[in-house]
Design a protein around this ligand. Sequence first.
Ligand code: OGA
Ligand code: MN
Length: 204
Amino acid sequence: MDALPYDPLFEELINDYLEKGFAVSNKLFNKLEIDGLRELALKERSEENFRLAGVGDKFNFQKERSIRSDKILWLYRADAHDSEKIFFEKIDRFIQYLNLSCYAGILRSEFHYAIYDPGTFYERHSDQFKGDDSRRFSMVLYLTEDWNKGDGGELTLYMAASANGKVLIEPMSGRLVFFDSSIEHEVLLSKAQRISLTGWMRRR
Ligand code: OGA
Ligand code: MN
């Protein structure tokens, strides 16, 4: 690969992913970048602009609080603030890296902020809609300032190969999770406000 400079963090993430079907990194975004994104989500973007998230695709869309109860706000590159521009720049480099090193064939990506208020969750699901596998990879970047054990909101990945079939990921600030969008997963009941930036890398 000669078109892109070697990036040890991307390399680690991809190798981890290839080995397990998911990968976790606490280093891809630094504290300043995370703080910037959290500030934006809570202040400039403002919680009151977030909307209750739906389930299903455009043909079968519903807002179903018994399945998921987070609220979301989509990000658009055209009106990105500085911290969001930095975020997109890094994600785009990562996608180029994925495409060149793994022939991943990612054509586009989409991201939204998500806020889980106390008492909210997202039941077990896959990010690929019925008969539509255009989402290839899922990515979540956690922004909650002071996540503590007991706050809940862990991400559970259902991985047949792991002990008891599950992997539990604690949503601490600055952590990034990257996984195959076909993997079923769930967000456990959150007892404190939980903020994240979630998105998908798509082949269509
Ligand atoms: C989703 C999702 C996981 C998380 O938004 O589809 O599964 O940890 N999010 O926030
Ligand atoms: Mn999901």
